[in-house]
Ligand binder design. Sequence first.
Ligand code: MN
Length: 303
Amino acid sequence: MSKLLPGREVPLGKYTFVQRLLPQRERRTVGAWCFLDHFGPQSVINMPGMQVPPHPHMGLQTVTWLLEGEVLHRDSVGSLQTIHPGQLNLMTAGHGIAHSEESPAEHPPSLHGLQLWVALPAAAKDGTARFDHHENLPRTTFDGGAATVVMGEFGGLTSPALTFSPLVGVDLLLDPGASIELPLRPDFEYAMVVMAGAVSVDGTPVEPHSLLYLGENLHSSRVQGGARLFLIGGEPFAEELVMWWNFVGRSHEDIAEARAAWGDGERSERFGTVHGYAGAPLPAPALPTIRLAPRGRAPVTTL
Ligand code: MN
């Protein structure tokens, strides 16, 4: 039932590359998690590092999680927040927000982390934009490692982060030679990314740059090895989505409207203005000539 899905390298901004692990052709969402980029570890000594100019989002939350380095977040609701390893930056776009992300001028030598998106369910997709920074997240140690609960509930600990559907995101540190029984919920589906090291999960070897889709109806998984992992999961997301550029919508029209509302990003009433970023906003790319079709969590298989 589990399946290893290799990521692909894509550019992010002008100076960095990331491994894109979600969405994939055969797995568009895991719970409400709809996007997962793993960046680094990358040396950013005497380099600009991450430089992502102001761009809009709608219909989703962005989750930024660092293992090394620093990222400075600015957004159109007035936030200015540097994030450090072990902290959570959570931006809830709702109907619309814009943000930029950059390595500060003076930054640590290495950059390593994840950016994920969570699709907002219909009831929350047009909500008010907001930004939350969580300095301290619940953390527990166990025989063989430690877990930090970034989103949702895990092992009896609950993250203070705002969620809109039943889901979980957990950072797991496994000591070399560890063998743990990972407790899972049968009503959730799960996937895992290895950020450093290597593990085997119920016998399947997993290394960085792939997403292991674990499946649903699971009560536990046996994870062996020494690694830093991130586990995502949630109730399978039933709504069909249209994902295009930085937008999550329900229809071609949703996307076309958002694209028009951003334009070249210089003045957008809907998405607002990001102040202080040294550079022009990202203009929206051209819409494809075909209509964008809503898609389910995985392709419908035909026999
Ligand atoms: Mn973004």
